[in-house]
Design a protein around this ligand. Structure first.
Ligand code: FES
Length: 237
């Protein structure tokens, strides 16, 4: 191995998908700190505590130091486990950092500042209360819904999905003609896409697919839940 190598090396830390460029010969602990990752280093990074263990997934590293060999009992060199404070990169590498090697628990960010954007969904709900059909009023169920929307001041031209016609008939009669209609509208069309019991709140799911993580938000007017199971690996790299 050429110990005078000073070329640029990409060091990618997983599972957080953080990547940084360092010179060959840089220790993984130095690279992690440069990347903003706080690894455990109880001994101050001098190879004595063994708290900074990481796993080399791919790429070349300089050979193990004496301090690393001192951990031969607990480190199986065949698995690529190294001490971050002692192991020096020799090429671009991918490093897996186990949770116990972080100085504090890793936390996936699911909140952000400046995210209170106005909610402008393309699907809206309409609370309807409609007179049921009788011998003197034989309008179709669909026509009744459209007329009820117009009575609320909505003069747009509505269409209905064929499968929603069946649902409308069932929901209207099951609820005594007091139900919620859901309409999808844009500059091209207004379409009735579904109906439900009035007591059932409308829930929307927003998925934020970012470069490093995926977060899902469940909303019913206001946010009622969120989840970000883990940050994404840097597969795009
Ligand atoms: S920081 Fe203590 S062994 Fe690496």
């Amino acid at each position: 191995m050429d110990l005078s190598n000073t070329s640029d090396c990409y060091v990618t830390f997983q599972p957080i998908g953080r990547r940084i460029v360092v010179k060959a010969g840089t220790t993984l602990l130095e690279a992690a700190r440069s990347a903003g990752l706080l690894l455990s280093a109880n001994c101050g990074g001098v190879g004595l505590c063994g708290r900074c263990r990481v796993q080399v997934v791919s790429g070349q590293m300089y050979p193990c130091s004496e301090n690393e060999y001192a951990y031969m009992d607990c480190i199986d060199h065949g698995t690529g486990v190294r001490l971050a404070c002692e192991a020096r990169v020799a090429s671009s590498v991918v490093i897996e950092v186990p949770p116990r090697s972080f100085s504090s628990g890793q936390r996936v960010q699911t909140e952000s500042t400046g995210s209170n954007l106005p909610c402008d969904p393309i699907i809206h709900s309409y609370q309807l209360s409609i007179e049921p059909p009788d011998l003197g009023d034989s309008r179709s169920d669909y026509k009744r819904v459209v007329d009820a929307l117009k009575a609320k001041g909505d003069s747009r031209q509505w269409e209905i999905l064929p499968k929603s016609v069946v649902q409308l008939s069932r929901i209207a009669r099951a609820t005594g003609w007091r139900f919620t209609a859901y309409g999808r509208s844009d500059e091209h069309a207004c379409e009735l896409i579904g109906f439900s019991d009035r007591d059932r709140p409308a829930i929307g799911l927003a998925v934020d697919v970012g470069c490093t993580k995926i977060a899902a938000y469940l909303r019913a007017g206001a946010k009622i839940g969120h989840s970000a199971p883990r940050e994404r690996c840097s597969a795009a790299e």
